[in-house]
Design a protein. Structure first.
Length: 131
């Protein structure tokens, strides 16, 4: 059986309860990051704003989990993005692209019904570097 290691955000508001999932999970050299929203884990508040602001917050949350597994954006091989409004694609994409300095990962972007007025949710898969 494969060893699974959960990855969590480094700083989480005391008492913040998340649903029954791991924010990140390392298994057999791969990091699987659950869908991240514009949640501020320090305050426990969903940071609603423009699509650009929410995308940046989501990407910061993903970065914390990448770093927790010893990964960088260059290790990301696949992303899936859910947009509440597909017409926000260009603005979301402009922010998203700034996080990938090298080869862009494979990506799926779809319009979805998102909870609590959230405009964007993104999950990623990354290869964990061998030490």
């Amino acid at each position: 059986m494969a060893t699974k290691t959960p990855i969590h955000h480094p700083v989480v508001k005391e008492g913040l309860v998340t649903p029954a999932y791991s924010p990140g999970l390392v298994c057999d050299g791969w990091l699987f990051v659950s869908g991240q929203t514009p949640l501020d884990y320090l305050t426990g508040e969903v940071m609603l704003g423009t699509i650009e602001e929410e995308t940046n917050r989501v990407m910061q949350n993903i970065q914390e989990l990448l770093e927790g597994a010893g990964c960088t954006w260059d290790d990301v091989v696949k992303t899936t993005a859910h947009l509440a409004n597909i017409n926000d694609f260009e603005a979301y994409n402009a922010v998203y692209a700034t996080y990938f300095p090298g080869v862009l990962p494979a990506r799926t972007t779809v319009q979805s019904g998102l909870a609590k007025g959230i405009k964007v949710e993104i999950d990623v898969i990354a290869r964990v570097p061998q030490s």
